[in-house]
Design a protein around this ligand. Sequence first.
Ligand SMILES: CC(C)(COP(=O)(O)OP(=O)(O)OC[C@H]1O[C@@H](n2cnc3c(N)ncnc32)[C@H](O)[C@@H]1OP(=O)(O)O)[C@@H](O)C(=O)NCCC(=O)NCCS
Length: 195
Amino acid sequence: MVPVDIKKLTPALAEEYIHFFDTTPHDTGKDEHKCYCVTWRSDDSYEEAHWFSSREERKEHALKYVKNGSIQGYLAYHDDTVVGWCNANANCRHCIHYLQSFFPIEEPDENIKIQSIFCFVIAPDMQRKGIATQLVERVCKDAADDGFDFVEAYVNKNFTDTASDFRGPMELYKKCGFSVFAEQDDRAVMRKSLK
Ligand SMILES: CC(C)(COP(=O)(O)OP(=O)(O)OC[C@H]1O[C@@H](n2cnc3c(N)ncnc32)[C@H](O)[C@@H]1OP(=O)(O)O)[C@@H](O)C(=O)NCCC(=O)NCCS
């Protein structure tokens, strides 16, 4: 395990966030696939557009969405350099509705407060050193402090490869105290109860 400092993403960290995506290879190895994690963002930002087809558009919009708080999550730092990102957002019903096509996710219930983990990017040379684990632990700690009932994640039941398991491997969540909440074909919803 390589210990990392974890910072909650804030508008002030927008340039560091963009720099991480600029300089970190995606696991697909293709620069034009860089996502800037722009897919998973707060509901009000979808009025403008759902998806941006070019890398430059994604970068430009990600900068805006970090600055206005629509992209939420955590950055992991090692030696003052960003080495990992976890997108976690509780205000993303649009994302949940999209994912319901693939995962057996319950309809949102205003009486149950759920923090969702949508995505990771861990720098390739820093993978398998416990960084995603530390990010999940921080998401859970903050969610508990903020009065959430559950943290939820959407995973493949069988590990395929680091690119396909960008939502985090099932084993990672099991190690962090999550259990299977619902299953459908080769996918599962994992939950950790915070109360
Ligand atoms: C999948 C991913 C999030 C894992 O992050 P990580 O920091 O390497 O994970 P951890 O070191 O915390 O691993 C926790 C557990 O998950 C499982 N795991 C993680 N990587 C694994 C791998 N490559 N093979 C098998 N199991 C793996 C293991 O059970 C591991 O525990 P162990 O090392 O004690 O056996 C990381 O590989 C990643 O970011 N991949 C790229 C995702 C991507 O392409 N994102 C862009 C999407 S558009």
